[in-house]
Design a protein around this ligand. Structure first.
Ligand code: URA
Length: 200
């Protein structure tokens, strides 16, 4: 068992590795779409979180504020997290693509591929118990395959790069804002996620 001081040290170490990763992202500029946006939007939250939420790409508000999920979809996500007792600052939230695609279009396969090494490294540093894919772009980025969210939501798969990590599929919050009838299922999914975390 780790002592409190050791846990803090581990967390600080993760923070510093994430900082280095974000510095290399800025320096290398290999993750595309940088020029057409206001810059990169990094992941944020608790680096020791047992859960990492992965979205598609920053939108207009995220691009302006340089933080993930701070627009309407983010506010909805925050309220649902609170409903199941998960505090936003206690989880980790990031995106497949780190800058805003023009007009919020879906990122292309090539754009995703250019940013995926950074997402994989983020996950490697955090080493969560569960990765939650918010929508099909996140699923494609994390599992490398197309899965229908309506068919596979609520299901888990092993993370291809570390089978001790579970990958959980659910709706993208922006989809629920357009299809409010899915709100109940999203809440059920978040409750399942809380159960998985507490069992692990
Ligand atoms: N949608 C996403 O996929 N990510 C964000 O950060 C905001 C909206």
């Amino acid at each position: 068992m780790l002592l409190l001081g050791e846990l803090e040290e581990k967390k600080e170490n993760k923070r510093s590795l994430l900082k280095k990763l974000y510095e290399s992202l800025e320096k290398e500029r290999k993750c595309v779409l940088y020029e057409s946006s206001s810059g990169y939007v990094f992941g944020e939250g608790d680096p020791d979180s047992p859960v990492v939420f992965v979205g598609e790409a920053p939108g207009e508000e995220e691009d302006k504020l340089k933080r993930p999920f701070v627009g309407r979809a983010g506010q909805y996500l925050n309220s649902k997290l609170e409903e199941v007792g998960l505090k936003r600052e206690k989880v980790y939230i990031t995106n497949v693509v780190k800058s805003r695609p023009p007009g919020n279009r879906v990122p292309t396969k090539e754009e995703m591929a250019s940013c995926l090494p950074y997402l994989r490294r983020e996950i490697e540093i955090i080493k969560p118990k569960i990765i939650v894919c918010l929508g099909s772009t996140a699923v494609k980025g994390i599992l490398g395959k197309d899965y229908s969210i309506t068919k596979y939501r609520g299901k888990t798969f092993p993370y291809p790069y570390d089978s001790s990590i579970k990958v959980f599929l659910t709706y993208h919050p922006a989809y629920i804002l357009r299809n409010p009838s899915s709100d109940k299922e999203f809440l059920e999914d978040l409750k399942s996620i809380v159960r998985i975390i507490s069992q692990a």
